[in-house]
Write a protein that binds this ligand. Structure first.
Ligand SMILES: Nc1ncnc2c1ncn2[C@@H]1O[C@H](COP(=O)(O)OP(=O)(O)O)[C@@H](O)[C@H]1O
Ligand SMILES: [Mg+2]
Length: 264
């Protein structure tokens, strides 16, 4: 049974003038099975963030509907990792991680144990009492990941979570994500601009068109788990799939670029 079901989601933002509305999403329908890892690729501005924000309950679609089926009433349905880490600057690393847990009413000891576990998983123990501004961008992003994992939503929505990181940190965190979702059995929807990252991390890659975003293709990822983020790239089947997805995306990226040039 599907954990996420979306039907005909459309999102139109009011533009600068009443004549100038922006249709970000146009009739997106998708299903994501329980425990499935799906990634979403598409040209910039095609509505990927909008789609995640709708699924997270942060935006109301203009039309269409969606459902997130919760199996465990004691677990929050959704956790989201934002493109920018989105930490509260006035809270310490630990306080940032426990913020949502406190809102959920977890006992202090339980909050502390979860914070400790995920700080360790992200190699951040030494920074438990630091403030975000004292950390590098990569460390801040790891705090955002620790916060989402500690929150333990049944569905994990990630919006280009590794986009701002250097290549080595990115590979290490991809590996951490692979190991973590294997343990937590979360359902994942990951937005990424990296085709390699999409193939490394997911079971299925959904391809979006240039704005207004529609789903134009879907590729099943055949690699067995557990996967290794580094050795996977050496497989010939991996580069063949990169080329196939790139083939679908290329015209859309070109179209998005033309649209940007005309808007400028
Ligand atoms: N709050 C908003 N108000 C108006 N337009 C928006 C808003 N958020 C996004 N958009 C527009 O919707 C389109 C899709 O944006 P977004 O979902 O951020 O795309 P992506 O994440 O794929 O780059 C873009 O043209 C963007 O400018
Ligand atoms: Mg985005």
């Amino acid at each position: 049974m599907a954990t996420i079901t979306a039907e005909h989601l459309t999102m139109t933002y009011a533009g600068r003038t009443a004549q100038d509305p922006i249709t970000a999403l146009d009739g997106i329908s998708l299903q994501v099975a329980e425990g499935e890892l799906v990634s979403l690729v598409g040209p910039s501005g095609c509505g990927k963030t909008t789609l995640l924000r709708i699924l997270a309950g942060l935006e109301q679609p203009t039309s269409g509907h969606y459902q997130i089926r919760q199996r465990d009433p004691d677990r929050p349905p959704v956790a989201m990792v934002f493109q920018q880490a989105g930490l509260f600057p006035w809270l310490t690393v630990t306080q940032n991680i426990t913020y949502g847990l406190r809102l959920r009413g977890l006992a202090a000891a339980e909050q502390a144990a979860l914070a400790q576990r995920w700080l360790a998983a992200m190699s951040l123990e030494r920074f438990a009492h630091s403030y975000p501004a004292q950390l590098s961008g990569g460390m801040q992003q790891r705090v955002g990941l620790a916060r989402a994992f500690a929150y333990n939503g049944e569905v994990l929505l990630m919006d280009e979570p590794f986009g701002a990181l250097d290549a080595q940190t990115r590979l290490l965190l991809q590996q951490t994500l692979l190991e973590t979702v294997a343990q937590t059995r979360q359902t994942l929807v990951l937005v990424t601009h990296s085709i390699e990252e999409a193939l490394t991390l997911s079971d299925r890659v959904l391809i979006m068109s240039a704005r207004p975003g529609r789903l134009i293709g879907e590729i099943g990822v055949p690699f067995a788990r557990p996967r290794d983020a580094i050795t996977l790239r050496a497989e010939p089947a991996f580069s063949a799939l990169v080329a196939e997805i790139w083939g679908s995306l290329r015209a859309e990226i070109e179209q998005a670029r033309q649209a940007e040039l005309h808007a400028a």
